[in-house]
Design a protein around this ligand. Structure first.
Ligand code: ADP
Ligand code: MG
Length: 705
């Protein structure tokens, strides 16, 4: 992490380890630069001689910046990143070496793929996997290695990663959006990009305390733990003053990210104690996904340097907020227009209304797939908890747009709500104009001025998944709009377009909801409206391979049927494995760590009581007896629950059907774990810290300086 000194100014520092457009423009011959630029912009094929020149220039640049190795960097279906480093050395035959890097090595790699999840796509005897350079995401240097972002596929060309389908979905959206724009007479656009800004939440915990908890070490979340006397009820952490050491961490993190060209912008304390957030400036979806992966990696790495552990789990602590990753999403044309910008008069902005309606249609039509895209064992603990959006997908559009939509719906003229000055009651304050949309923190999918914010993704998720679904679903909605309008004669076009928008609104307005998404009334109302409420991953996953899903993804060439099926298997398997590891960890932690604390405290109490009675035969020992008897009752319950969890977990191993197994882990094992936890936490609340072999919630959450 030390390649660049910290004396540089931020503009000098920013992107200093990135082989970005500026570097290419400076160093590549003009014609080569133009060819690469074309490839990045339009996805055209890159000739080998061009690649050779780029590779040579890239290598020299990398060596100047201290690199000795290069790696193809890819994103297998684990949701993490993968890398294998090769040095640039090439022996000359006379005992020396030269540093070499060819176009072929830049463009293509062949990592042994047999140990990555493939969900049956690649039989294990066909170990070969291929990585292919993605020139649209810039290469960078980290720890003395040149990182080249790549896509990862099997010998047969099936996508084994998250980048390939994301790029395909961006292409699909671009194709359909351009068709619709041309229909609207906007002929100058030839390509659109999806833009993404993903706000990342995380917890910071003292590293030494972290190491003492097996559950945090192995599962990333606490499996037991009585609540601390203080939680987040005082609402004193959100946007609170940064603690000096935490602030130093954030500064270091920003610096490391800036060097890598990650546009880290906003940082603040979040709602829960020890919880924080980082938001970047938005970028093209593909680059934003890569940069979010780097952000998560750097958060952990920099934390380690500062003697912290960074927790990215969606629900590290029970009873306080979990962590999400808000996915801000929009579409921008190659002429620089944000298609979700309503402008001053949204009611007359047909282009905006068409794209708004396409998103509403897509989200309503494919809500189940959006739910699948954020389903993980960790995120299941968060969705529907009181700080996170419920598992029901609905859209918040705000008052002004609701009024615009209403005027479309009932055919009346739109009377603008208009921006009004906010009277803040003090003449010295500047006049601030009120935004057209207020914030609605409870909506899983909210229109926020000129973009949509999808709030269901969990903090550890690769944002590729939700964006693949979103892009493809909106592409499909646009494709339907195009088909409905493509043969309409010019003179009828406006009337037919308005009619179509009204029809779409009629059909899909059930997904619009501006109220409080956290209430029970909404759950009941959503059910009446026929909206999905898919509470867990096993419940959601069959939707991923439904005929409707297969049709959507194959039509837009984002997934083949077998690519979808492989993902279905991997998500389910991953879920079961996660819960399995949690169960084993919990059993070990309770059996070895917790019970030893419990019995040593019981022993101390008993010895204390007999000692007291020896001195004072009339002593009643009421307090000790009360505590001891409660502990004894809980100990019995713990023993029974622990035994049941052990037996049930063993039983899970014999089933072969992935969906069946995942359901079993959800229905039986998680329920067993809840029961065990209830008793452990009740007992823990009575045991002094000195007897517990692991730190408590109070220590974990409130010890940072
Ligand atoms: P919040 O109030 O939700 O915390 P922030 O300002 O912290 O809002 O984050 C908003 C995020 O949305 C930022 O990452 C920002 O870059 C991103 N964003 C803004 N405009 C767009 C856009 N057109 N497309 C995608 N993301 C955007
Ligand atoms: Mg947000």
């Amino acid at each position: 992490m030390e390649e660049t000194g910290s004396t540089k100014s931020i503009p000098e520092l920013y992107g200093s380890l990135v082989f970005n457009d500026r570097v290419m423009k400076e160093r590549l011959p003009k014609d080569v630069y133009r060819a690469v630029h074309q490839t990045i912009k339009n996805g055209t094929h890159l000739e080998l001689d061009v690649a050779n020149t780029v590779a040579a220039v890239m290598k020299n640049w990398a060596i100047e910046h201290g690199a000795t190795h290069y790696t193809h960097w890819f994103q297998p279906m684990t949701g993490l990143t993968a890398e294998k480093h090769d040095s640039f050395i090439s022996p000359t035959g006379d005992g020396g070496v030269v540093l070499d890097f060819s176009g072929k090595e830049l463009v293509k790699g062949e990592p042994d793929a047999s140990s990555f999840p493939s969900g049956g796509l690649r039989a294990t005897f066909e170990a070969r996997g291929y990585t292919a350079w993605d020139p649209s995401s810039p290469a960078f240097i980290k720890d003395g290695t040149l990182y080249i972002p790549t896509a990862f596929c099997s010998y047969g060309g099936e996508a084994l990663d998250k980048k390939t389908p994301l790029l395909r979905s961006m292409e699909a959206l671009s194709t359909e959006a351009v068709k619709v724009l041309h229909l609207l007479g906007i002929d100058e656009v030839s390509h659109v990009d999806t833009t993404v800004g993903s706000e990342q939440e995380y917890f910071l915990i003292d590293k030494d305390l972290y190491k003492e908890r097996k559950d945090l070490l192995l599962c990333g979340r606490t499996l037991i733990g009585a609540p601390a006397p203080k939680g987040q009820e005082m609402e004193d952490h959100y946007f609170g003053v940064l603690k000096p050491k935490v602030s130093e961490y954030m500064h270091d993190l920003d610096t490391e990210l800036w060097k890598l060209g990650v546009p880290a912008k906003t940082k603040h304390n979040e709602v829960a104690p020890s919880q924080h957030e980082l938001a970047p400036v938005f970028e093209t979806a593909n680059v934003a996904v890569d940069h979010n992966q780097l952000t998560m990696e750097m958060m952990k790495k920099v934390a380690d340097k500062h003697n912290y552990a960074c927790l990215l789990h969606e629900k590290p602590f029970e009873g306080i907020n979990g962590s999400g990753k808000h996915n801000n999403w929009s579409i921008i044309t190659d002429t620089g227009v944000n298609l979700l910008d309503p402008g001053a008069t949204p009611d007359q902005n047909m282009q905006f209304l068409v794209f708004l309606m396409a998103v509403i249609t897509a989200v309503d039509e494919y809500a189940d797939l959006l739910r699948c895209s954020v389903a993980t064992a960790g995120n299941d603990h968060r969705l529907g908890a009181n700080e996170a959006p419920p598992a029901i997908i609905s859209i918040f559009v705000g008052d002004e747009l609701a009024a615009v939509l209403k005027s479309i719906d009932d055919g009346t003229a739109f009377k603008g709500t208009g921006k009004t000055p906010m009277g803040m009651g003090a003449a010295v304050l500047p006049h601030i104009m009120r935004d057209t949309t207020d914030r609605n923190r409870t909506s899983p999918f909210a229109f926020t001025g000129n973009k949509f914010e999808f709030r269901m993704p969990g903090s550890a998720l690769s944002v590729a998944d939700p964006n693949i679904v979103l892009n493809t679903a909106v592409a499909e909605a646009l494709s339907d709009i195009y088909d409905a309008l493509k043969d309409v004669p010019k003179e009828n076009f406006d009337a037919e377009l308005k009619k179509l928008l009204k029809e779409l609104l009629d059909e899909h307005k059930k997904v619009l909801f501006n109220g409080n998404g956290y209430t029970d009334e909404w759950v009941a109302e959503a059910e009446k409206r026929g909206l999905y409420n898919l509470k867990s991953l096993p419940e959601a996953m069959p939707h991923l391979i439904s005929e409707k899903s297969v049709e959507l993804f194959t039509k837009h060439k984002v997934f083949t049927r077998s690519e979808l099926e492989s993902r279905y298997e991997i998500f389910l398997e991953n879920y079961s494995k996660t819960v399995h590891i949690e169960s084993l960890t919990m059993q070990e932690m309770v059996r070895k760590d917790f019970i030893s604390g419990l019995v040593s405290y019981e022993k101390a109490l008993t010895e204390e009581m007999s000692g007291k009675k020896a001195v004072l035969p009339s002593a009643k020992c009421t307090v000790e007896t009360d505590v001891l008897s409660t502990l004894d009752t809980e100990a019995d319950a713990i023993d029974a629950a622990l035994t049941k969890l052990g037996v049930d977990t063993k039983r899970a191993e014999s089933d072969a059907d992935v969906l069946h197994v995942a359901k079993y882990y959800h229905d039986t094992i998680l329920a067993d774990m809840d029961e065990l936890r209830r008793h452990v936490d009740a007992a823990e609340a009575l045991i002094p810290e000195a007897y517990l072999p692991y730190p408590t919630y109070g220590e974990l959450l409130f010890s940072l300086r």
